[in-house]
Ligand binder design. Structure first.
Ligand SMILES: [Fe+2]
Ligand SMILES: [Fe+2]
Length: 130
């Protein structure tokens, strides 16, 4: 199962953002634990809603800090946040409509969904947000 492990090398050097990233990774891992159990649609929907809420709040915070710091890649970074929000919304709809197929989709995509942005866009924030 595709679990993500937090490591100190992921730190971007801002305590608030680092704590939120660690928390989000924990939530996604919790979802993977749930996905390895017999299908429980309610538990999965609850976890997805939590991830969606937390990541929306996280993006708002990150965008605010980028703006304050005058970060040059702000627009592109924000666009990628919007893409990720669309994707999780799609995964949630898909799961609601067809839990068995939706579950497979989550297993295959959830880890990359977060990791790609995190290891590219967020990694470039290192040392930029004070
Ligand atoms: Fe982030
Ligand atoms: Fe980001």
């Amino acid at each position: 199962m595709a679990q993500i492990e937090w490591s100190q090398e992921f730190s971007i050097g801002n305590a608030t953002i680092d704590r939120e990233h660690e928390l989000l990774i924990g939530r996604i891992n919790q979802l993977y634990d749930q996905l390895s159990l017999p299908l429980d649609t309610e538990a999965i929907e609850t976890l997805l809603a939590e991830i969606q809420t937390d990541i929306s709040a996280h993006f708002v915070m990150e965008e605010l800090l980028m703006q304050e710091a005058g970060f040059a890649e702000f627009e592109g970074h924000k666009q990628d946040h919007e893409r990720l929000l669309d994707q999780i919304q799609d995964m949630i709809f898909h799961f609601r409509e067809d839990p068995e197929n939706g579950e497979e989709l989550l297993k295959n995509r959830m880890s990359d969904w977060f990791s790609h942005h995190f290891k590219s866009f967020d990694a470039r924030l290192h040392g930029q947000l004070g």
